[in-house]
Design a protein around this ligand. Structure first.
Ligand code: ZN
Length: 133
């Protein structure tokens, strides 16, 4: 098992970033040919998921998460006014797990690994942990 970490800069309050290329590079650097790859973010206001990186769907995803969590009164807003960012991250989750074959994470033709920023702009850490041999 080994972990490789990279930093991802986000440039907007709410934003989707395709991190597939960086994750593939990290898996290659770990150097295990087959196993399981865990992509995780050690943050409370961003998330990761796997889906298509199509501009309409990117806008739809930001719209959906925004509609579910924004425009409401949340108790956490008494502390630092970013409850909607936390709650969006709760809904989407902070990790994805993928099989690794031939030293690459297995993704379908239309799948990308997406980082969902909900409280940017920030510097985000992405951990890529590979278990295998
Ligand atoms: Zn907060």
């Amino acid at each position: 098992m080994a972990t490789h970490t990279f930093m991802q800069t986000t440039t907007a309050r709410r934003q989707l970033v395709n991190i597939t290329g960086e994750v593939k590079r990290a898996v290659r650097e770990v150097g295990l040919a087959s196993g399981i790859c865990l992509v995780s973010v050690p943050h409370c206001t961003c998330a990761v998921y796997v889906n298509e990186n199509e501009s309409g769907l990117v806008a739809d995803t930001l719209s959906l998460v925004g509609r579910l969590v924004r425009g409401q009164e949340w108790q956490h807003d008494r502390i630092d006014d970013n409850a909607s960012a936390h709650l969006g991250a709760v809904l989407v989750g902070n990790s994805v797990t993928l099989p690794v074959e031939g030293g690459e994470p297995c993704l379908g033709a239309w799948q990308s690994i997406m980082l969902l920023e909900l409280d940017g702009p920030r510097e985000r850490r992405v951990n890529v942990t590979v278990v295998g041999d």
